[in-house]
Design a protein around this ligand. Structure first.
Ligand SMILES: O=C(CO)[C@H](O)[C@H](O)COP(=O)(O)O
Length: 226
């Protein structure tokens, strides 16, 4: 089993000290910066837009894992590529022509991801799974940080892992929402390859240390214990 990626969600960072928090992630054991874009239409919240992403990209030294919680994401694929996104994830529920959208993301040189809301069945990815670099399972209803983890996520991850294996697809499973040190082991056991965590990391005294402990635990579980 390969090592689990850790992606701190900058939604929970201190925006008055954004550069400091980005540099903390740079220097930490995290693998990716996770960037949540919310439009107030697809989800009932607005996060931040292009000027902030540009600032993040200017200071970040790790891959930029951008999660678009917006309607009609095709309009912004090129823009996010130009801003420096390395991974671009769109929502299944927001795409009428999902196959075309995935190809457009790849054509811009980015890894392509598709996110599923908690109610969306993983089997709906069957016809695109081989094209996907990332399948992101939302373990909360998207729109806000700090929500409680939804328990049926484990079963969804398990079913998605089966689909990936059956299809011989290269897809990583990313989990986002309410992730912490208590549920991380079960998530990896179910098949998660990447964990997004916001409040669990940034609401601690020493976020860098929290990342380090999470990374060490997940490495151990990935390699020795599961
Ligand atoms: O996509 C998101 C919200 O829609 C966030 O990435 C997610 O909620 C992470 O925050 P937390 O770890 O605090 O739950």
């Amino acid at each position: 089993m390969s090592k689990t990626k850790i992606a701190p969600s900058l939604l929970a960072a201190d925006f008055g000290n954004l550069q400091r928090d980005i540099e903390m992630v740079n220097e930490s054991d995290a693998d990716w910066h996770h960037i949540d874009i919310m439009d107030g239409v697809f989800v009932p919240n607005i996060s931040y837009g292009m000027p902030v992403v540009k600032t993040i990209a200017k200071h970040a030294t790790k891959p930029l894992d951008v999660h678009l919680m917006i309607v009609d994401p095709d309009r912004y694929i090129k823009t996010f590529a130009e801003l420096g996104a390395t991974h671009l994830t769109v929502h299944y529920e927001a795409c009428t022509h999902l196959h075309r959208t995935i190809q457009a993301i790849k054509a811009e040189g980015m890894k392509a991801g598709v996110a599923l809301n908690p109610h969306t069945n993983v089997n709906l990815l069957k016809n695109v799974i081989k094209d996907l670099d990332i399948a992101l399972i939302m373990s909360v209803n998207p729109g806000f940080g700090g929500q409680s983890f939804i328990e049926n996520t484990y079963e969804k991850i398990h079913n998605l892992k089966e689909l990936i294996k059956e299809s011989d697809a290269p897809t990583l499973i990313e989990v986002d929402g309410g992730v912490n040190s208590k549920n991380a082991k079960a998530l990896i056991k179910a098949g998660a390859d990447a964990l997004v965590a916001g409040s669990f990391i940034f609401n601690t005294e020493d976020p860098k240390q929290t990342i380090s402990e999470l990374k060490k635990s997940t490495d151990r579980w990935s390699i020795f214990e599961l």
